[in-house]
Design a protein around this ligand. Structure first.
Ligand code: DSN
Length: 441
Protein backbone atom coordinates (compact mmCIF):
# COMPACT_ATOMS: atom_id res chain seq x y z
CA UNK A 1 0.00 0.00 0.00
CA UNK A 2 1.19 3.52 -0.75
CA UNK A 3 2.30 5.61 2.20
CA UNK A 4 -0.79 7.48 3.44
CA UNK A 5 1.23 10.61 4.12
CA UNK A 6 2.84 12.49 1.27
CA UNK A 7 6.22 13.57 2.62
CA UNK A 8 7.43 15.41 -0.48
CA UNK A 9 7.50 18.89 1.11
CA UNK A 10 9.22 17.59 4.22
CA UNK A 11 11.75 15.69 2.14
CA UNK A 12 12.65 18.85 0.24
CA UNK A 13 12.62 21.41 3.03
CA UNK A 14 13.28 19.51 6.24
CA UNK A 15 15.50 16.64 5.13
CA UNK A 16 16.81 16.01 8.64
CA UNK A 17 13.36 15.26 10.08
CA UNK A 18 12.32 13.44 6.90
CA UNK A 19 15.28 11.08 7.12
CA UNK A 20 14.68 10.43 10.83
CA UNK A 21 11.03 9.56 10.13
CA UNK A 22 12.20 7.14 7.43
CA UNK A 23 14.71 5.63 9.87
CA UNK A 24 11.99 5.13 12.47
CA UNK A 25 9.73 3.57 9.81
CA UNK A 26 12.37 0.92 9.25
CA UNK A 27 12.66 0.26 12.98
CA UNK A 28 8.89 -0.08 13.33
CA UNK A 29 8.68 -2.34 10.27
CA UNK A 30 11.65 -4.64 10.68
CA UNK A 31 11.36 -5.26 14.41
CA UNK A 32 8.80 -6.78 16.73
CA UNK A 33 7.03 -4.00 18.68
CA UNK A 34 6.09 -5.68 21.94
CA UNK A 35 5.59 -2.79 24.33
CA UNK A 36 2.02 -3.55 25.48
CA UNK A 37 0.93 0.09 25.49
CA UNK A 38 1.92 0.64 21.86
CA UNK A 39 0.18 -0.06 18.58
CA UNK A 40 0.13 0.80 14.87
CA UNK A 41 -2.64 3.19 13.81
CA UNK A 42 -4.44 2.93 10.49
CA UNK A 43 -3.70 5.05 7.43
CA UNK A 44 -6.99 6.86 8.09
CA UNK A 45 -5.99 7.81 11.65
CA UNK A 46 -2.61 9.03 10.37
CA UNK A 47 -4.24 11.20 7.71
CA UNK A 48 -6.62 12.83 10.22
CA UNK A 49 -3.63 13.50 12.50
CA UNK A 50 -1.70 15.12 9.67
CA UNK A 51 -4.57 17.43 8.75
CA UNK A 52 -5.04 21.21 8.92
CA UNK A 53 -7.29 20.76 11.96
CA UNK A 54 -4.12 21.36 13.98
CA UNK A 55 -4.35 25.07 13.00
CA UNK A 56 -7.44 25.87 15.04
CA UNK A 57 -7.96 27.12 18.61
CA UNK A 58 -11.21 25.94 20.23
CA UNK A 59 -11.06 26.38 24.00
CA UNK A 60 -14.38 25.32 25.47
CA UNK A 61 -16.80 22.66 24.29
CA UNK A 62 -19.07 22.32 21.22
CA UNK A 63 -21.47 25.28 21.12
CA UNK A 64 -19.60 26.93 24.03
CA UNK A 65 -16.24 28.13 22.67
CA UNK A 66 -14.01 31.09 23.51
CA UNK A 67 -13.03 31.54 19.83
CA UNK A 68 -14.94 32.07 16.59
CA UNK A 69 -14.72 29.88 13.53
CA UNK A 70 -15.49 26.63 15.29
CA UNK A 71 -18.53 25.44 13.33
CA UNK A 72 -16.64 22.55 11.73
CA UNK A 73 -14.65 21.74 14.87
CA UNK A 74 -17.95 21.53 16.81
CA UNK A 75 -19.23 18.99 14.29
CA UNK A 76 -16.04 16.93 14.57
CA UNK A 77 -16.03 16.96 18.36
CA UNK A 78 -19.75 16.17 18.64
CA UNK A 79 -19.27 13.29 16.23
CA UNK A 80 -16.38 11.88 18.31
CA UNK A 81 -18.45 12.25 21.49
CA UNK A 82 -21.43 10.44 19.93
CA UNK A 83 -19.22 7.58 18.75
CA UNK A 84 -17.64 7.22 22.21
CA UNK A 85 -21.09 7.18 23.86
CA UNK A 86 -22.26 4.52 21.41
CA UNK A 87 -19.18 2.34 21.71
CA UNK A 88 -19.21 2.29 25.52
CA UNK A 89 -22.98 2.68 26.11
CA UNK A 90 -22.46 5.69 28.35
CA UNK A 91 -24.49 8.92 28.57
CA UNK A 92 -21.54 11.36 28.56
CA UNK A 93 -18.07 11.53 27.03
CA UNK A 94 -15.26 14.10 26.94
CA UNK A 95 -12.72 13.60 24.16
CA UNK A 96 -10.29 16.48 24.79
CA UNK A 97 -7.75 15.14 27.33
CA UNK A 98 -4.26 15.36 25.85
CA UNK A 99 -3.37 11.92 27.19
CA UNK A 100 -3.95 9.54 30.09
CA UNK A 101 -2.00 11.36 32.79
CA UNK A 102 -3.73 14.75 32.24
CA UNK A 103 -7.06 12.90 32.06
CA UNK A 104 -6.39 11.35 35.45
CA UNK A 105 -5.43 14.76 36.86
CA UNK A 106 -8.72 16.16 35.52
CA UNK A 107 -10.73 13.32 37.10
CA UNK A 108 -8.98 13.72 40.44
CA UNK A 109 -9.56 17.49 40.41
CA UNK A 110 -13.25 16.98 39.58
CA UNK A 111 -13.85 14.42 42.31
CA UNK A 112 -11.52 15.49 45.13
CA UNK A 113 -10.43 18.53 47.08
CA UNK A 114 -6.67 18.90 47.68
CA UNK A 115 -5.50 16.55 50.47
CA UNK A 116 -8.46 14.16 50.00
CA UNK A 117 -7.56 10.49 50.01
CA UNK A 118 -7.13 8.70 46.67
CA UNK A 119 -6.47 4.98 46.42
CA UNK A 120 -4.88 3.06 43.58
CA UNK A 121 -2.75 0.02 42.84
CA UNK A 122 0.90 0.77 43.62
CA UNK A 123 3.34 1.25 40.78
CA UNK A 124 5.34 -1.71 42.06
CA UNK A 125 2.25 -3.91 41.87
CA UNK A 126 1.43 -2.84 38.30
CA UNK A 127 -0.51 0.40 38.87
CA UNK A 128 0.02 3.80 37.26
CA UNK A 129 1.97 6.86 38.38
CA UNK A 130 -1.19 8.98 38.50
CA UNK A 131 -2.97 6.52 40.81
CA UNK A 132 -0.96 7.67 43.82
CA UNK A 133 2.74 7.15 43.14
CA UNK A 134 5.47 9.14 44.84
CA UNK A 135 6.37 12.41 43.10
CA UNK A 136 3.20 12.33 40.96
CA UNK A 137 0.53 15.06 41.39
CA UNK A 138 -1.61 12.30 42.87
CA UNK A 139 0.57 12.07 45.96
CA UNK A 140 1.84 15.68 46.04
CA UNK A 141 -1.59 17.34 46.16
CA UNK A 142 -3.68 14.45 47.48
CA UNK A 143 -3.21 11.87 50.20
CA UNK A 144 -2.35 8.75 48.28
CA UNK A 145 -2.91 5.29 49.70
CA UNK A 146 -1.76 2.33 47.61
CA UNK A 147 -3.11 -1.18 47.58
CA UNK A 148 -0.99 -4.10 46.39
CA UNK A 149 -1.07 -7.49 44.75
CA UNK A 150 -0.58 -10.63 46.86
CA UNK A 151 1.89 -13.49 46.45
CA UNK A 152 -0.12 -14.78 43.48
CA UNK A 153 0.41 -11.37 41.75
CA UNK A 154 -3.36 -10.76 41.89
CA UNK A 155 -4.98 -7.78 43.63
CA UNK A 156 -5.44 -8.53 47.31
CA UNK A 157 -9.06 -7.41 47.75
CA UNK A 158 -9.17 -8.24 51.47
CA UNK A 159 -6.24 -5.93 52.15
CA UNK A 160 -7.74 -3.32 49.78
CA UNK A 161 -11.01 -3.37 51.74
CA UNK A 162 -9.23 -2.97 55.07
CA UNK A 163 -7.22 -0.03 53.73
CA UNK A 164 -10.36 1.58 52.31
CA UNK A 165 -12.24 1.26 55.59
CA UNK A 166 -9.27 2.74 57.46
CA UNK A 167 -8.54 5.67 55.09
CA UNK A 168 -12.01 6.42 53.63
CA UNK A 169 -10.86 7.40 50.12
CA UNK A 170 -12.86 9.85 48.08
CA UNK A 171 -11.72 8.14 44.87
CA UNK A 172 -10.69 4.57 44.12
CA UNK A 173 -8.84 3.73 40.90
CA UNK A 174 -9.50 0.37 39.27
CA UNK A 175 -6.80 0.30 36.64
CA UNK A 176 -3.43 -1.18 35.80
CA UNK A 177 -0.43 -0.91 33.52
CA UNK A 178 1.49 -4.11 34.21
CA UNK A 179 -1.10 -6.61 35.38
CA UNK A 180 -1.71 -9.81 33.42
CA UNK A 181 -5.08 -10.74 34.97
CA UNK A 182 -8.70 -9.70 34.48
CA UNK A 183 -10.12 -7.10 36.88
CA UNK A 184 -13.08 -7.88 39.13
CA UNK A 185 -15.05 -4.63 38.95
CA UNK A 186 -17.84 -6.06 41.12
CA UNK A 187 -15.45 -6.43 44.03
CA UNK A 188 -14.16 -2.88 43.51
CA UNK A 189 -17.77 -1.59 43.50
CA UNK A 190 -18.64 -3.34 46.75
CA UNK A 191 -15.68 -1.75 48.50
CA UNK A 192 -16.31 1.69 46.98
CA UNK A 193 -19.94 1.54 48.16
CA UNK A 194 -18.89 0.50 51.64
CA UNK A 195 -16.77 3.65 52.05
CA UNK A 196 -18.73 6.03 49.79
CA UNK A 197 -15.93 6.44 47.23
CA UNK A 198 -16.22 7.40 43.58
CA UNK A 199 -15.00 4.42 41.55
CA UNK A 200 -13.01 5.15 38.39
CA UNK A 201 -11.90 2.55 35.86
CA UNK A 202 -8.68 3.48 34.08
CA UNK A 203 -8.95 0.87 31.37
CA UNK A 204 -6.39 2.43 29.03
CA UNK A 205 -4.50 -0.82 28.56
CA UNK A 206 -7.48 -3.11 28.06
CA UNK A 207 -10.08 -1.01 26.23
CA UNK A 208 -9.67 -3.07 23.05
CA UNK A 209 -10.27 -6.26 25.03
CA UNK A 210 -13.39 -4.79 26.64
CA UNK A 211 -14.79 -3.75 23.25
CA UNK A 212 -14.09 -7.24 21.93
CA UNK A 213 -15.93 -8.79 24.88
CA UNK A 214 -12.76 -10.61 25.96
CA UNK A 215 -12.91 -8.67 29.26
CA UNK A 216 -15.97 -7.65 31.24
CA UNK A 217 -16.99 -4.02 30.74
CA UNK A 218 -16.58 -1.77 33.79
CA UNK A 219 -19.58 0.34 32.67
CA UNK A 220 -22.21 -1.26 34.97
CA UNK A 221 -19.94 -0.96 38.02
CA UNK A 222 -18.00 2.29 37.92
CA UNK A 223 -18.89 5.98 37.99
CA UNK A 224 -16.25 7.24 35.57
CA UNK A 225 -14.14 5.59 32.88
CA UNK A 226 -10.86 6.89 31.54
CA UNK A 227 -9.13 5.39 28.57
CA UNK A 228 -6.22 6.50 26.51
CA UNK A 229 -6.94 6.18 22.80
CA UNK A 230 -3.55 5.00 21.56
CA UNK A 231 -3.13 1.61 23.21
CA UNK A 232 -5.40 -1.36 22.41
CA UNK A 233 -8.00 1.10 21.05
CA UNK A 234 -5.48 1.75 18.22
CA UNK A 235 -6.05 5.46 17.79
CA UNK A 236 -4.00 8.66 18.13
CA UNK A 237 -2.22 9.65 21.35
CA UNK A 238 -5.03 11.07 23.47
CA UNK A 239 -7.63 10.11 26.05
CA UNK A 240 -11.35 10.12 26.80
CA UNK A 241 -13.26 10.50 30.04
CA UNK A 242 -16.75 9.00 30.22
CA UNK A 243 -19.44 9.18 32.87
CA UNK A 244 -21.66 6.13 33.32
CA UNK A 245 -25.40 6.14 34.14
CA UNK A 246 -24.41 5.19 37.66
CA UNK A 247 -22.03 8.16 37.85
CA UNK A 248 -24.68 10.56 36.52
CA UNK A 249 -27.15 9.29 39.09
CA UNK A 250 -24.66 9.63 41.91
CA UNK A 251 -23.77 13.18 40.89
CA UNK A 252 -25.74 14.87 38.08
CA UNK A 253 -23.06 17.61 38.08
CA UNK A 254 -20.22 15.16 37.41
CA UNK A 255 -19.87 15.89 33.69
CA UNK A 256 -19.82 19.66 34.35
CA UNK A 257 -17.25 19.22 37.12
CA UNK A 258 -15.05 17.17 34.76
CA UNK A 259 -15.35 19.78 32.00
CA UNK A 260 -14.41 22.55 34.42
CA UNK A 261 -11.45 20.56 35.70
CA UNK A 262 -10.36 20.16 32.08
CA UNK A 263 -10.68 23.84 31.20
CA UNK A 264 -9.81 26.15 32.92
CA UNK A 265 -8.52 23.57 35.39
CA UNK A 266 -5.81 21.61 33.64
CA UNK A 267 -5.73 22.16 29.88
CA UNK A 268 -6.04 24.82 27.20
CA UNK A 269 -7.16 24.40 23.61
CA UNK A 270 -8.06 20.91 22.43
CA UNK A 271 -5.91 19.22 19.79
CA UNK A 272 -8.52 19.14 17.05
CA UNK A 273 -6.51 16.97 14.66
CA UNK A 274 -6.37 14.41 17.47
CA UNK A 275 -10.11 14.71 18.12
CA UNK A 276 -10.76 13.91 14.44
CA UNK A 277 -8.37 10.97 14.60
CA UNK A 278 -10.13 9.74 17.75
CA UNK A 279 -13.42 9.82 15.81
CA UNK A 280 -11.78 7.74 13.07
CA UNK A 281 -10.45 5.14 15.52
CA UNK A 282 -13.87 4.94 17.21
CA UNK A 283 -15.48 4.29 13.81
CA UNK A 284 -12.97 1.48 13.36
CA UNK A 285 -13.62 0.10 16.84
CA UNK A 286 -17.37 -0.07 16.14
CA UNK A 287 -16.78 -2.47 13.22
CA UNK A 288 -17.11 -6.25 13.73
CA UNK A 289 -13.49 -6.68 12.58
CA UNK A 290 -12.31 -4.82 15.70
CA UNK A 291 -13.99 -7.40 17.93
CA UNK A 292 -11.96 -10.11 16.18
CA UNK A 293 -8.83 -8.00 16.62
CA UNK A 294 -9.40 -7.61 20.38
CA UNK A 295 -10.07 -11.32 20.80
CA UNK A 296 -6.90 -12.18 18.89
CA UNK A 297 -4.78 -9.86 21.07
CA UNK A 298 -5.79 -11.92 24.11
CA UNK A 299 -5.38 -15.28 22.36
CA UNK A 300 -1.90 -14.26 21.25
CA UNK A 301 -0.90 -13.08 24.72
CA UNK A 302 -2.14 -16.34 26.28
CA UNK A 303 0.00 -18.41 23.89
CA UNK A 304 3.03 -16.15 24.30
CA UNK A 305 2.72 -16.36 28.10
CA UNK A 306 2.38 -20.15 28.05
CA UNK A 307 5.43 -20.54 25.82
CA UNK A 308 7.39 -18.30 28.21
CA UNK A 309 6.23 -20.32 31.22
CA UNK A 310 3.69 -17.91 32.68
CA UNK A 311 0.04 -16.81 32.39
CA UNK A 312 -1.77 -13.94 30.70
CA UNK A 313 -5.48 -13.18 30.68
CA UNK A 314 -4.88 -9.84 29.01
CA UNK A 315 -2.76 -8.33 26.24
CA UNK A 316 0.49 -8.44 28.18
CA UNK A 317 2.99 -10.75 29.75
CA UNK A 318 4.85 -9.75 32.89
CA UNK A 319 7.91 -11.95 32.83
CA UNK A 320 10.13 -12.39 35.85
CA UNK A 321 13.77 -12.84 34.87
CA UNK A 322 14.88 -13.93 38.33
CA UNK A 323 15.76 -17.36 36.90
CA UNK A 324 18.39 -15.66 34.74
CA UNK A 325 20.08 -13.81 37.58
CA UNK A 326 19.89 -10.71 39.79
CA UNK A 327 18.16 -7.58 38.49
CA UNK A 328 18.02 -8.75 34.86
CA UNK A 329 15.27 -6.46 33.46
CA UNK A 330 17.63 -3.90 31.95
CA UNK A 331 19.83 -6.59 30.44
CA UNK A 332 16.78 -8.47 29.12
CA UNK A 333 15.36 -5.34 27.49
CA UNK A 334 18.68 -4.49 25.87
CA UNK A 335 19.45 -8.01 24.64
CA UNK A 336 15.99 -8.26 23.09
CA UNK A 337 16.36 -4.83 21.50
CA UNK A 338 19.64 -5.96 19.96
CA UNK A 339 17.73 -8.92 18.56
CA UNK A 340 15.02 -6.67 17.06
CA UNK A 341 12.41 -7.19 19.78
CA UNK A 342 11.23 -4.06 21.62
CA UNK A 343 9.99 -4.61 25.20
CA UNK A 344 10.36 -2.65 28.42
CA UNK A 345 12.11 -3.52 31.65
CA UNK A 346 9.59 -3.69 34.45
CA UNK A 347 9.42 -4.20 38.18
CA UNK A 348 7.86 -7.44 39.34
CA UNK A 349 5.60 -7.55 42.44
CA UNK A 350 7.72 -7.25 45.58
CA UNK A 351 10.60 -6.13 43.37
CA UNK A 352 13.81 -7.38 45.02
CA UNK A 353 16.21 -4.92 43.29
CA UNK A 354 14.98 -1.47 42.14
CA UNK A 355 12.60 0.16 39.67
CA UNK A 356 15.54 1.32 37.52
CA UNK A 357 17.27 -2.07 37.60
CA UNK A 358 14.17 -4.21 37.90
CA UNK A 359 13.82 -7.96 37.76
CA UNK A 360 11.36 -8.34 34.91
CA UNK A 361 10.25 -7.31 31.48
CA UNK A 362 6.79 -6.43 30.14
CA UNK A 363 5.76 -7.61 26.69
CA UNK A 364 2.51 -7.32 24.79
CA UNK A 365 0.71 -8.43 21.67
CA UNK A 366 -1.48 -5.47 20.50
CA UNK A 367 0.94 -4.21 17.82
CA UNK A 368 1.92 -7.69 16.59
CA UNK A 369 -1.78 -8.57 16.31
CA UNK A 370 -2.41 -5.46 14.21
CA UNK A 371 0.18 -6.81 11.76
CA UNK A 372 -1.85 -10.02 11.44
CA UNK A 373 0.28 -12.30 13.61
CA UNK A 374 -1.51 -15.18 15.30
CA UNK A 375 -0.86 -18.07 17.69
CA UNK A 376 1.63 -19.81 15.37
CA UNK A 377 3.77 -16.68 15.17
CA UNK A 378 3.66 -16.27 18.97
CA UNK A 379 5.29 -19.70 19.36
CA UNK A 380 8.11 -18.66 17.03
CA UNK A 381 8.51 -15.28 18.76
CA UNK A 382 8.64 -16.91 22.21
CA UNK A 383 11.41 -19.21 20.93
CA UNK A 384 13.44 -16.18 19.77
CA UNK A 385 12.84 -14.45 23.11
CA UNK A 386 14.02 -17.46 25.10
CA UNK A 387 17.08 -17.85 22.88
CA UNK A 388 17.95 -14.15 23.24
CA UNK A 389 17.48 -14.18 27.00
CA UNK A 390 19.98 -17.04 27.36
CA UNK A 391 22.61 -14.47 26.34
CA UNK A 392 22.09 -12.47 29.55
CA UNK A 393 22.68 -15.35 31.93
CA UNK A 394 25.60 -14.53 34.20
CA UNK A 395 25.27 -10.78 33.61
CA UNK A 396 23.75 -10.03 37.03
CA UNK A 397 23.29 -6.43 38.17
CA UNK A 398 25.93 -5.62 40.83
CA UNK A 399 24.59 -5.61 44.39
CA UNK A 400 26.55 -2.38 45.01
CA UNK A 401 24.44 0.49 43.72
CA UNK A 402 27.32 2.75 42.74
CA UNK A 403 28.71 0.09 40.35
CA UNK A 404 25.47 -0.40 38.42
CA UNK A 405 25.59 2.41 35.84
CA UNK A 406 29.11 1.53 34.69
CA UNK A 407 28.28 -2.17 34.68
CA UNK A 408 25.34 -1.58 32.35
CA UNK A 409 27.46 0.62 30.05
CA UNK A 410 29.98 -2.20 29.67
CA UNK A 411 27.23 -4.81 29.29
CA UNK A 412 25.71 -2.83 26.44
CA UNK A 413 29.05 -2.53 24.66
CA UNK A 414 29.61 -6.26 24.98
CA UNK A 415 26.12 -7.33 23.90
CA UNK A 416 25.89 -4.94 20.93
CA UNK A 417 28.12 -7.27 18.91
CA UNK A 418 26.59 -10.54 20.13
CA UNK A 419 26.45 -12.83 17.09
CA UNK A 420 23.45 -14.84 18.21
CA UNK A 421 21.38 -11.70 18.87
CA UNK A 422 22.36 -10.17 15.53
CA UNK A 423 21.42 -13.41 13.78
CA UNK A 424 17.97 -13.33 15.43
CA UNK A 425 17.57 -9.69 14.37
CA UNK A 426 18.17 -10.69 10.75
CA UNK A 427 15.70 -13.57 11.00
CA UNK A 428 13.10 -11.24 12.48
CA UNK A 429 13.60 -8.64 9.74
CA UNK A 430 12.93 -11.37 7.18
CA UNK A 431 9.95 -12.76 9.15
CA UNK A 432 8.29 -9.34 9.46
CA UNK A 433 8.22 -8.87 5.67
CA UNK A 434 5.09 -11.04 5.61
CA UNK A 435 3.27 -8.79 8.10
CA UNK A 436 2.71 -5.28 6.78
CA UNK A 437 2.53 -2.28 9.04
CA UNK A 438 -0.49 -0.08 8.33
CA UNK A 439 0.65 3.36 7.33
CA UNK A 440 4.15 2.34 6.16
CA UNK A 441 5.04 1.42 2.54
N1 DSN B 1 3.27 4.64 29.73
C1 DSN B 1 2.09 3.79 29.76
C2 DSN B 1 2.46 2.36 29.73
O1 DSN B 1 3.42 2.03 29.06
O2 DSN B 1 1.80 1.54 30.34
C3 DSN B 1 1.22 4.11 30.89
O3 DSN B 1 0.97 5.48 30.92
Amino acid sequence: MANPINYSALKKNSPKIYSLIKKEEIRQKEGLEMIPSENYVSAEVLQALGSILTNKYSEGFPGRRYYGGNEVIDEIENYAIDLAKKLFSVPAAIVQPYSGSPANLIITMAVCEPKDVVMGLSLASGGHLTHGANLSFSSIFYKAVNYEVGKDWKIDFDALEKLAIKHKPKLIWAGTTAYPFKLDYKKFRKIADKVGAVLVADCSHITGLIIAGAHESPVPYVDIIMTTTHKTLRGPRGAMIMVTDRGMKKDPELKTKLERALIPGAQGGPHNHTTAAIAVCLEEALKPSFKKYGEQIAKNAAVLAKELGTISETHLVLLSLTDYGYGMGYQGQYALETAGITVNKNSIPNEPVSPFYPSGIRLGTPALTTRGMKEKEMVQIAAWIKEALEEIRGHDTPKEKEQRAEYIRNFKKEIAGNKKLLRIKKEIAKFTEKFPVPGID
